[in-house]
Design a protein around this ligand. Structure first.
Ligand code: 5GP
Ligand code: ZN
Length: 116
């Protein structure tokens, strides 16, 4: 499943370059182009789902895989011990700007809670 005008589907298709840090058959992890922390990696399913709820509803097991990949990325980045945040912005009001579900893996600096 892909959408021709979707930025992240185009990254999956290698039509737009990205710094890929980890990949499985069904998921892809690449660095955010505008990092908000020393580690800022986006984890996506290769198929197109608009948000986390749509992913979880449509394909049982793939949301789990995205979370496993996020943790693998955090291990490789060395931020598990210090802690990392996994964020799925859902809807424009929450700051979602790309409507292909993506988890932000953020770490490597102090992460305040609640977020600003
Ligand atoms: P959202 O605001 O939808 O939760 O997150 C979208 C993220 O995608 C933003 O953090 C933004 O910096 C990132 N982004 C937007 N365009 C690109 C791109 O072309 N390549 C990469 N690697 N990241 C992008
Ligand atoms: Zn897409």
């Amino acid at each position: 499943m892909s959408e021709a005008d979707c930025l992240f589907c185009r990254i999956v298709a290698k039509e737009i370059p990205a710094e890929i840090v980890y990949e499985t058959d069904r998921a892809l992890a690449f660095r955010d182009v505008n990092p908000q922390a020393p580690t800022h990696v986006l984890v996506i399913p290769k198929g197109h789902y608009r948000d986390a709820a749509a992913l979880a509803a449509a394909d049982h097991g793939l949301a789990d895989e995205v979370i496993r990949v996020a943790h693998e990325v955090a291990l490789r980045e060395g931020v598990v011990e210090s802690g990392y945040r996994l964020v799925f912005n859902t809807g424009p009001g929450a700051g979602q700007t790309v409507f292909h579900v993506h988890g932000h893996v953020l770490g490597g600096r102090g992460l305040q809670w609640p977020p600003g």
